[in-house]
Ligand binder design. Sequence first.
Ligand SMILES: Nc1nc2c(c(=O)[nH]1)N[C@H]1C(S)=C(S)[C@@H](COP(=O)(O)OP(=O)(O)OC[C@H]3O[C@@H](n4cnc5c(=O)[nH]c(N)nc54)[C@H](O)[C@@H]3O)O[C@H]1N2
Ligand SMILES: Nc1nc2c(c(=O)[nH]1)N[C@H]1C(S)=C(S)[C@@H](COP(=O)(O)OP(=O)(O)OC[C@H]3O[C@@H](n4cnc5c(=O)[nH]c(N)nc54)[C@H](O)[C@@H]3O)O[C@H]1N2
Ligand code: SF4
Ligand SMILES: [Mo]
Length: 746
Amino acid sequence: MLFGRKKKNPIKLHDKGVQQWRYATCGYCSVGCSIELGLNAEGQAVTTRGVGGADVNRGKLCIKGLAEAAVFNASGRGTDPMMRSRIFDEFETTDWDYALDHTANEFRRIQQKYGRDAVAVVSTGQIMTEEFYTLGKLVRGLIGTNNYDGNTTLCMASAVSGYKRSFGSDGPPGCYDDFEHTNCLMAFGSNLPEQHPIIYWRLKEALEKRKFPVIVVDPRVTMFAQFADIHLPITPGTDLVLLNSMAHVIINENLHDLNYIQQSCNGFEALEKLVQQYDPTSASKICGIDEDMIRTVARLYAKADSAMSIWTMGINQSTHGTDGVCAINNLNLITGNIGKPGGTSLSITGQCNAMGTREWSSCSGLPGYRLLENPEHREEIGKFWGVDPDFFPKKAGLKETDIFPAIETGQIKALWIVATNPMTSMPNSARIRKSFEQLEFCVVQDTYADCECNQYAHVYLPGAVWAEKEGCFTNTERRVNLTRASQPAYANSKPDGWIFNQLAKRFDNYENMHFPESAEAVFEEMKQLSKGIGPNGKARILDISGMSYEKIEKSRGIQWPCRDNDESTDDKQPSPTGNRVQGTARLYTDGVFQFPDGKAKLLAMPYVENNEVPDEKFPFWLNSGRVVEHFHTRTKTGKIGNCNKFSPTAYMEMNPDAADQLGVKHMSYVRLVSRRGDAVVLVQLTHRVPINMVFIPFHFHDCVNRLSLGLLDPYSRQPAFKQGAVRIEHIDQQEAAKLNVSMRTF
Ligand SMILES: Nc1nc2c(c(=O)[nH]1)N[C@H]1C(S)=C(S)[C@@H](COP(=O)(O)OP(=O)(O)OC[C@H]3O[C@@H](n4cnc5c(=O)[nH]c(N)nc54)[C@H](O)[C@@H]3O)O[C@H]1N2
Ligand SMILES: Nc1nc2c(c(=O)[nH]1)N[C@H]1C(S)=C(S)[C@@H](COP(=O)(O)OP(=O)(O)OC[C@H]3O[C@@H](n4cnc5c(=O)[nH]c(N)nc54)[C@H](O)[C@@H]3O)O[C@H]1N2
Ligand code: SF4
Ligand SMILES: [Mo]
């Protein structure tokens, strides 16, 4: 029946009058899509499109990328620096010189009175790598506080600690191309279709060409779980038990790769001994996965010619986050699945530049994966920057999750927040609020003046956003990609790199240091620091010396290591789109790791039950995460038409059977109560969550993080955002609706 169709008019897209396209890398998530901004005759960004020839996304974008041209003029942008007058508590516009002078003076005053570390700096995963490097130079080289960290402690810290413990270095060893080669994929605590839609699309593409089993481990029936061949609805916080038990089956059934283990790993005997305690019968009682299913999955994984694991926040945000990461690494090491096509242990990262901060910000040490604990590294960087190496602390300072308690105890008096919004994103917001109230001095540097932290700022510095400035992001697969400046900075806002440079000028020793003006010049400086010999006596892995802005743009991103002679690039298969000029798709292809003896560590890790778990008073697990339309605390997506239209209010997923038992109706309001506080939220009944769990997207202020506990992982100090206990109470619907309206809605 074709007639009728012919009569239909083809869809006409509104002509936005694009005159030119400018190259960028998406500024939301870590997938790292190549994107072009369409500028009209006045030079204004009016639309975006995916870049067809880019390896990562091959022309595709998700809903956020498609609407990204709207971030520049979205409501709430900061126009001018602001300062709070001490006497009247009024927040007033000021000029840059005054705001920066005051900031530098206050930092100095507080450091003189209370000590150098009384000033803390908390940054982000969302500014350019060159800006991270500059901030690190300013904080480590001039301000000199050791309490300097980023929101990656809420996000990727467990993956970093886990990679370091297993392989001797940070750096995800795999890449998206591994989907094209793998014979079995296991995903832990990752909701790929919503959180990394274009990686998910890459996976689907690979599956269309060649079928292989996909196993999803998640207590919720996410979209990813629905699409999986096998879904393992694990008891929250117990992935370590499942993984130890899989290792038990693999080793006891002789399915491990003894050759690889002997050549490339230490610690096998201890692991073998420990996992004897994790027979599937005992393990299933803790992790909630049927014992035969544990055996099936272990055999499937170990027998596959190549098998890969991916994971995200379901693993990292747990009291066993780092152990969970190491257990995933164990699984891949004992089956010989590291550094081979389709065989890898790939942490899917989060923010657009979650990797850039790990590599170059000096948050956890010194730039280029160097360590404060290593005297040679202190010496080398001191010399390079023009700083006395003795000025550097000899070990890393407090993490974000320890900085706030240190404000509570009075150890820290000033806080500089750069591109993060902890009032909404940290667990237990009541405590965070109290900490903010206690600060003598608080600086908030954010693109949007309406971010919740700004209520507590004494100085607000408006940062330019994304393609208003130039620089690089590194994505999940170590691909460095470029954003060209294509818009002027909004109103009187300034690029973060400019702000760091101007502040640097106001500190002693600035004269002896060098702060290049342009992002490209900073990149050239980082290139020099990236060369050299790593801890295992071979060339450093985080080597970007073979890259340049021009080459990066031409190749639509280059994966490190990329060395200037390129001799040592060990995995040079051609990129599917023919773009790769240089760069390395996979790490550890030679089975040599970053420890001095070159061997990876198999780690024997017992499971210790230490979470808050549901009980009679608080009978539901509280789980939290994200939805596709929103990004984090909604400072951007909360104002963007389609993103906000599809997901305008906070809600809670609740199982219909549990609701039936409590007499809770679909689309009614309830009050949730935890040991920390309470929150009013709209109920959405769905079988996506089990009967003893509720799930709330964390994007909305005054909601899930009023309730969350956030016990910390001992290695990474990352909070267990996804495990807590709550009870559900009825609330008068009229009163609830009023409360809900009074919460922030854009
Ligand atoms: N649309 C959108 N995309 C984003 C972001 C965003 O805000 N919005 N943020 C970006 C960032 S920074 C990050 S870090 C990533 C996060 O990406 P994801 O980690 O994929 O997203 P989440 O929804 O936080 O959590 C994933 C899943 O972990 C599960 N989970 C909870 N507890 C456990 C457990 O104990 N074990 C296991 N195996 N799973 C568990 C949850 O049920 C949830 O479905 O997304 C990135 N992409
Ligand atoms: N309950 C619960 N809580 C969570 C999580 C969870 O799963 N559950 N996930 C955690 C995770 S993984 C993460 S990553 C964190 C994220 O938490 P946050 O980092 O607090 O969230 P964002 O909203 O991304 O905050 C970034 C801020 O930077 C600003 N910004 C963006 N670009 C720029 C720029 O170029 N310059 C400047 N100066 N500012 C800019 C934005 O306006 C925004 O205010 O939340 C964590 N919190
Ligand atoms: S998948 Fe991530 S990087 Fe790609 S368009 Fe969407 S938000 Fe941007
Ligand atoms: Mo994150």
